[in-house]
Design a protein around this ligand. Sequence first.
Ligand code: 3PG
Length: 306
Amino acid sequence: MKVLIATEKPFAPVAVSGIREVVEKAGYELALLEKYTEKQQLLDAVADADALIIRSDKVDEAVFAAAKQLKIVVRAGAGYDNIDLAAATAHNVVAMNTPGQNANAVAELVMGLLVYAVRNFYNGKSGTELKGKTLGLLAFGNVGRNVARIAKGFGMNIQAYDAFCSAEAIEAAGVKSVPSREELFATSDVVSLHIPATPETVKSINGPLVKTMKKGAILLNTARKEVIDEETLLAALAEREDLKYITDIKPDADAQFAAQFPDRYFATPKKMGAQTAEANINAGIAAANQIVGYLKEGITKFQVNK
Ligand code: 3PG
């Protein structure tokens, strides 16, 4: 059996070693395709792979068609919007994610970006503090929960809205539950996005919603660029000169945002949320274990194309 790691943005070497250990202990072979620049390289590499570990790498019909032996693909991470699930099912491939494994890394970056934003991108001018400010979490999954845990240490007031999580579950974590997304935006000093990219959420964060935010508010995106309606967000930022947009995922209109709002917009050069040794180890090794568990024992616990 051959397990291929195909990562355009590579794991830390220590994570690759950990994956190798799991794979070889199971009696399988490990192949590595990192920093590839052409889709064809991925298509060639998957030709004889039985299992595939990816990150944000796009796995579409063409990849499944080229991967004649593929039985399982595991997205080492949370969001699996980069996998064509219907194509996976059509090709009899099990698709999985590794939920929660990189959540702390993303949550720590949220706080790092927030400090950077309220201190005016470290430009020397007087900024503000996070203590006593209201942090609104849009979705209360693994990342949202970790952000809440850390933000409590900053003395922030934390509130959350999640369409799929009950008010009781949110309150049980010591976080105020608000009844709607609209209320979350209108009553938070910072709104941090932790929603996946789905047909329902794509372009759901738009200018009219952002314009309801409090004076001096910050919109923080460590989720997906697709959830933003860029055109109306640009218009909202132009109209509301007090708002900031901070993101770990460069928008398509990055150049325009940067040119128009140099003091109120920041995007990391490359998505950094899950880019820690610990997150790479946790997610990568979980992916390897899930592959072994599926191939040897048929365990499908984290399957997402059921
Ligand atoms: C996730 O969905 O797990 C994160 O967005 C991390 O993505 P990455 O593995 O491409 O850094």
